[in-house]
Design a protein. Structure first.
Length: 382
């Protein structure tokens, strides 16, 4: 769920006067100051090693000699909104049926009899009156929130190109759109600690990169200067993992791919129930909280809930689409146009084809159906 990216983008836009967002910005916005960083301080964290060990944090989608594609923090945090709205939709259908059934009872009609003209008009008027209200509520309030994890890009990608020394952000327009920033002007949110003891006890959190931008339309900021950011990787267990993850990116950009080699296992782009279940089962909590014994036992106890969450997670991915960078960025990155096109088609089409292979057996088992029924239909058709 791209909640933080959405809030960050809205804080740079001009809201409608008198709206809820306008009131929120007027109360929370502070005058924006330019990102000031002394040259010595910038060289210290951008060009010098800050850790002995590197950690790819299982956040790399693609690794070449020219660029690396890195995931963002909220790519895995999805599914709950889809579940809620799916239940809301199902509940709306049941409500329609109940209202119509009540109307039929009031008129002394039985739903089991043949539909008469009166029954038809009662049902027609009922749907005519309730459908616009339901659709308005869903489109006015539900859909903008649903777009944070569905009907949008399946994942946000941050590309680091060491040859152009640029950082590219792949985002949909309602989250800021595609952006391009200089690597040399990158500000990394890596807090410093005084000694090794403090580093051992410091929390992890996530890696935040920021850049100064002139695209700030917030009327309460007092300037056109704003800050755009990217939230990278997953929740880090501790400070050492956070610094190691930043060091991996820094070495790739400053020292080359030999200093930050390709991970043994790249992050998958294929939506599948196994990866969705593992994602929600891990909880993805910062500071290593999810690895505590209490949470390990809790995950086992709440496995049915996690399984249902997995269905929402998987559905939200299928309702989204895989994107790719614009042609100009692909060209300077050395991407193959044919390979990029085939990957785009495959990532968007194949999940819709192989998903029924596990959805139907699950439905057949829950509904006590013959799991081989589609095969029997296919044989009879052939």
């Amino acid at each position: 769920m791209y909640w933080m990216e959405w809030i960050s983008y809205l804080n740079r836009k001009r809201p409608k006067p008198g709206s809820i967002l306008d009131q929120y910005q007027s109360q929370t916005t502070t005058p924006v100051k330019r990102i000031e960083s002394e040259e010595g301080a910038r060289e210290k964290y951008l060009y010098q090693r800050c850790a002995e060990h590197i950690d790819d944090h299982h956040a790399i989608y693609r690794h070449t000699n020219t660029y690396i594609d890195v995931c963002t923090y909220n790519d895995d945090k999805r599914g709950l909104i889809t579940l809620v709205l799916a239940v809301f939709t199902w509940g709306g259908g049941l409500a329609w049926y109940s209202v119509i059934d009540i109307w039929l009872e009031l008129f002394g009609l039985s739903p089991n009899q043949a539909v008469s003209t009166l029954e038809f008009w009662i049902a027609f008027i009922g749907f005519t009156l309730t459908t616009p209200v339901y659709c308005y509520v869903l489109l006015r309030f539900g859909f903008p929130i649903w777009r944070l994890e569905a009907f949008t890009l399946r994942r946000l990608v941050v590309r680091f190109n060491r040859k152009t020394r640029k950082v590219y952000l792949l985002r949909p327009p309602h989250l800021g759109g595609v952006a391009e920033y200089d690597w040399d002007k990158t500000e990394a949110g890596v807090p410093e600690v005084e000694n090794a003891a403090d580093a051992a006890g410091a929390a992890g959190g996530f890696l935040l990169l920021a850049w100064e931008t002139d695209d700030n339309q917030n009327p309460y900021a007092g300037t056109s200067q704003g800050v755009d950011g990217a939230f990278l990787g997953g929740p880090c267990d501790d400070y050492a993992q956070l610094v190691g993850f930043w060091e991996y990116i820094r070495r790739f950009m400053e020292e080359g791919p030999q200093a930050a080699p390709r991970p043994r296992r790249l992050r998958t782009r294929w939506p599948n129930p196994v990866s969705s279940l593992l994602t929600v089962f891990r909880l993805n909590l910062p500071g290593g909280i999810g690895k505590l014994p209490f949470f390990r036992v809790l995950r086992v106890i709440m496995f049915p809930a996690f399984f249902i969450w997995m269905l929402g997670h998987q559905l939200s991915q299928l309702l989204s689409y895989e994107g790719r960078f614009p042609k100009a960025i692909r060209r300077v990155s050395g991407e193959s146009e044919l390979g990029s096109l085939l990957a785009l088609i495959g990532y968007n089409l194949l999940p819709l084809l192989y998903t029924p292979l596990w959805v139907w057996p699950l439905f057949a088992w829950l509904d006590n159906q013959d799991p081989w029924l589609p095969w029997h239909w296919l044989r009879s058709w052939l």
